[in-house]
Design a protein around this ligand. Structure first.
Ligand SMILES: Cc1cc2nc3c(=O)[nH]c(=O)nc-3n(C[C@H](O)[C@H](O)[C@H](O)COP(=O)(O)OP(=O)(O)OC[C@H]3O[C@@H](n4cnc5c(N)ncnc54)[C@H](O)[C@@H]3O)c2cc1C
Length: 349
């Protein structure tokens, strides 16, 4: 491998966008992804009736300038989140839910037609000639004669001119050994950078009909009383596939998926009646796995140290950069931040 090559650690939105931007500059990259799929915190599941169900990132807005620019460049189609009709707010399990209308927002939130995974799949298509390796977990990054060496979990090693770490900083602190060791300031910072959405529990349900829309409900639910904490209509852009997505409360992680499903359906059955009890699919995902949280015991505030200036500096004589969403300044943690971070690093390579 040439030392002009750039090793990208992580095949989420930041890593793939970076590979795409460097390809446009005729700089070759090798992208190493630890898991068996691309996308990281973006994961769309196709339900049996064809509804794209988001288990990870879902919404974005006009102010997400970097993401919007990429989405337009890739020819993808944003569409507004459906919010017409009655929204529900459950304050207590023994009281009927409050009903209210959400005023039409001047700044709508958008979803991506076909699912957020479209941005990942389209980037991967554009990178058809790039060396993208799955199940390639980087465990060490060390200085080498003409740049840098990345060591993989299977013991193999790759050399390149530079490496860009596109995994959450906190995860980098616990899973990658840097040698020579990094300055104390960044070593102390990395474990104290909150990984956006780590620990959250997302769920999505598919139905054969949009029965709630037919009864005047928006599909929006906020609850202090049930396992579903927050929920939104999740029908397709074409309005021919139907479902909900949202978040379960933090305690849900302690139950089996079967129990979570049972509690979620019971809550929806109480609110929306019989039809809610018979979905064609139920999925949920705990974002606690090895490739996002890695059992880091430090408890952090949302967005803590996100966009910290030390995350935007280069290390190891300019051969090592960090470019995950948590390093961004405008919207760190969000998809927009992942694209911003990739653009920042691509501009200085
Ligand atoms: C449940 C949930 C809901 C969300 N909702 C929204 C939303 O509505 N809107 C929004 O804008 N954002 C949302 N986000 C955040 C959004 O998903 C992220 O900002 C974005 O996807 C981060 O991309 P990234 O490439 O920076 O990091 P990641 O997606 O975390 O990618 C990092 C990649 O690195 C891989 N990796 C980890 N360790 C290693 C290693 N040692 N070696 C090699 N590879 C490794 C991982 O497997 C992963 O694929 C949500 C996130 C979650 C989890």
């Amino acid at each position: 491998m040439s030392t002009n090559n750039v090793i990208i650690v992580g095949g989420g939105l930041s890593g793939l966008t970076l590979a795409y931007l460097l390809q446009k500059k005729n700089i070759s990259t090798t992208l190493l992804e630890a898991s068996n799929r691309l996308g990281g915190r973006i994961e769309t599941v196709q339900a049996p009736l064809g509804t794209p169900l988001e288990m990870g990132a879902t919404w974005f807005a006009d102010q997400h300038f970097y993401l919007m620019t990429l989405v337009r460049e890739l020819g993808l189609q944003p569409f507004p989140q459906y919010a017409e009709g009655i929204a529900l707010f459950q304050t207590k399990s023994f009281e009927p839910p409050q009903q209210f209308y959400v005023p039409e927002s001047e700044q709508p939130s958008y979803r991506l037609a076909g699912g957020t995974q479209m941005v990942i799949d389209t980037l991967a298509e554009k990178l058809a000639g790039t060396d993208i390796r799955l199940e390639a977990k980087v465990t060490a990054i060390q200085a080498a004669a003409n740049g840098i060496e990345a060591v993989l979990a299977d013991g193999s090693a790759l050399q390149a001119g530079r490496a860009v770490v596109c995994i959450p900083p906190q995860l980098a602190a616990t899973s990658i050994q840097f040698s020579p060791t990094l300055p104390d300031s960044i070593l102390q910072l990395l474990p104290a950078v909150q990984t956006w959405m780590a620990g959250s529990v997302k769920f999505a349900i598919e139905y054969a009909t949009p029965f709630w829309r037919n009864k005047g409900f928006s599909g929006m639910l906020y609850s202090h009383a049930g396992i579903i904490m927050e929920m939104y209509d999740h029908c397709s852009k074409e309005e021919d596939r139907y479902g909900f997505t949202g978040f379960l409360n933090g305690g849900a992680a302690q139950y089996s998926q079967e129990v979570r499903r049972e509690y979620a359906l019971r809550q929806l059955g109480d609110l929306l009646r019989e039809e809610a009890l018979h979905p064609s699919a139920y999925h949920d995902k705990l974002w606690t796995g090895a490739f996002i949280a890695d059992d880091n015991p430090v408890i952090l505030r949302p967005h803590q140290n996100n966009g910290h200036p030390l995350l935007q500096q280069a290390y190891m004589n300019g051969a090592l950069h960090f470019a995950t969403t948590e390093t961004a300044t405008a919207h760190p943690g969000y998809m927009d931040g992942a694209v911003e971070a990739a653009m920042r690093v691509a501009a200085c390579i």
